[in-house]
Design a protein around this ligand. Sequence first.
Ligand SMILES: CC(=O)SCCNC(=O)CCNC(=O)[C@H](O)C(C)(C)COP(=O)(O)OP(=O)(O)OC[C@H]1O[C@@H](n2cnc3c(N)ncnc32)[C@H](O)[C@@H]1OP(=O)(O)O
Ligand SMILES: CC(=O)C(=O)O
Length: 490
Amino acid sequence: MKVRIFDTTLRDGEQTPGVSLTPNEKLEIALKLDELGVDVIEAGSAITSKGEREGIKLITRENLNAEICSFVRALPIDIDAALECDVDSVHLVIPTSDIHMKYKLKKTPQETLECAANAVEYAKDHGLIVELSAEDATRSDVNFLIELFNKGIELGADRVCVCDTVGVLTPEKSIELFKTLKEHIKVPISVHCHNDFGMATANTVCAIRGGAVQCHVTVNGVGERAGNASLEEVVMALQVLYGYETNIKTEKLYETSRVVSRLMKLPVPPNKAIVGDNAFAHEAGIHVDGLIKNTQTYEPIQPELVGNRRRIILGKHSGRAALKYKLNLMGIEVSEEQLNEIYEKVKHFGDLGKYISDIDLKAIVNEVTGKHAEEKIKLDELTVVSGNKITPIASVKLHFAGEDKHLIETSYGVGPVDAAINAVKKAISGVADIRLEEYRVEAMSGGTDALIEVVVKLRRGSEVVEVRKSHGDIIMASVMAVMEGINMLL
Ligand SMILES: CC(=O)SCCNC(=O)CCNC(=O)[C@H](O)C(C)(C)COP(=O)(O)OP(=O)(O)OC[C@H]1O[C@@H](n2cnc3c(N)ncnc32)[C@H](O)[C@@H]1OP(=O)(O)O
Ligand SMILES: CC(=O)C(=O)O
């Protein structure tokens, strides 16, 4: 069976406290979602604001493959706002639990039912596809839920949706509830789960097993409070563990995750299933040994299937097989005796609480083999000028050891860090094509004099290095990290 994916990253996902997307950012995410293959894009809630409507309009103008939907309350004013944006469908929501009807809506169940019925009729009269959605459905009387859904269906609702608004569903209850609903509802049933108890993925998958045919999900599981069911988890669980099909091009999951993370300014936790940077990372020696022999020993799926990649990390838990593998990848040959010595040093640094980066490993190898890699390009001078009445400007003087020459370059930036890194990039542009793929500030203790840790990821062709540098000055930490990465790639 093929499950329809209704993506609500741009609506419920954008309700993540503190997140707000510009119209163009919404469009960028919508284009990625369409490429990914979602069936429905809930582009927003048209009544919310002028900017929200601008974003939805930008998306509807693209004529994407996905159905474009707006959230609406059961109110004509919301439906009119959605119509103004030219959406295909509305996610027409009405609360059905006693607590929501009594305290929030201030309506009796009968008045609520009439409110929903009028709204469905209004939306259908205006040519919209209607997904009639019961808010707080999982704390509602199931007979009332069925009555309300069937009233809506009578008036033309095309689909219905059961919302576990505060995430209190359990997998067992989910299967039972959807089995019951399927017996009484003759249109496609959708499920919308929240992650308050970390059960959103399990509850969504169980809803499908019970009889739902469409699920509401968000990229990276973003959303209100603890978030929504995560698109990547639900899709992969449905496909790999239960044998359902979806239209998702799974190899685009990782890149979609990173676009959403970047635009929403919400980092993806390293241990996030499927798209986390640790989802296919291994340190434990026994695991890495197994992986080298056959990746299936410690990976349920291949990282390429979801566009992620395998990472072998060296540290306290590493074994010799991992070390040999890493050295081999880096093109470093050592004797068995040197290997043992390097291995002991890796363990020693691990015991000190350190993780061994590629640079650390190279330094250890150099120490053991007596070869000292020279710094090919050295930062001689760095000057940065920034302030409230000046475009940040930086100049760097680099020393190229091999040719014994100096190069001075100047550049602007949006801030002093950007200006400094732009100046370095400009200076080395004639030497090698090295791109800065990722820049983040990872750890900051309190206080204006705190130590700043900067992480950069640089690429030269197919070679990628990640470097961390700490310094009390964020500009120095940033430039030192970039310079070290450049030297590694040269
Ligand atoms: C579970 C969910 O995720 S629901 C979706 C949540 N999304 C949003 O809230 C979108 C962003 N919201 C907004 O921009 C604003 O809340 C607006 C524009 C929708 C409304 O703003 P306001 O008119 O100032 O109303 P406010 O937000 O204070 O209160 C909500 C009103 O909608 C009513 N309402 C809530 N849900 C529904 C519904 N499904 N159908 C009909 N009316 C509803 C409430 O009863 C309340 O009405 P009242 O003012 O008569 O008491
Ligand atoms: C409609 C919705 O987003 C919810 O009930 O959670």
